[in-house]
Design a protein around this ligand. Structure first.
Ligand SMILES: [Zn+2]
Length: 130
């Protein structure tokens, strides 16, 4: 039994573990949606005041926009992870198709890659996908 894991052989995780991650991810989803709403409202607020306030508002606005980008990126991944839980593919590395370590998922439940693949990509060892 030392043949490489093929697509479709992925076993997934035990139901109670999957439920645990589902709870964590749903909580995160709600939290992110709330954060995004609050920040968008802050952006929509029309800044009135003197020029110093306006300058400060510009800087703050940029920070809020950056935060928004990051939060919506994470939210997108969280939603995708929840879909994967439904489909039974949650916890599978999208690059090598092996299981992502549960320890890693606990630290970052919306991980898409196993540690090995993540590191390889971060080090730029990954060749351009064909
Ligand atoms: Zn991998």
């Amino acid at each position: 039994m030392d043949f490489p894991l093929k697509k479709g052989d992925f076993q997934g995780m035990r139901a109670e573990q999957r439920n645990e991650f589902q709870r964590v991810l749903r909580r995160k989803q709600v939290e992110l949606e709330r954060q995004l709403r609050v920040r968008r409202e802050a952006l929509d607020a029309d800044p009135r005041g003197d020029t110093i306030d306006q300058a400060r508002n510009m800087v703050e606005r940029e920070l809020v926009v950056r935060d928004l980008d990051m939060a919506s990126g994470v939210l997108e991944r969280v939603r995708h992870a929840l879909r994967e839980i439904d489909e039974g593919t949650y916890g599978q590395c999208r690059r090598c198709e092996e299981s992502i370590a549960v320890k890693r998922l606990r630290a970052l439940p919306w991980s898409r890659f196993c540690v090995r693949c993540q590191e390889a990509m971060e080090e730029g060892l990954e060749l351009l996908a064909s």
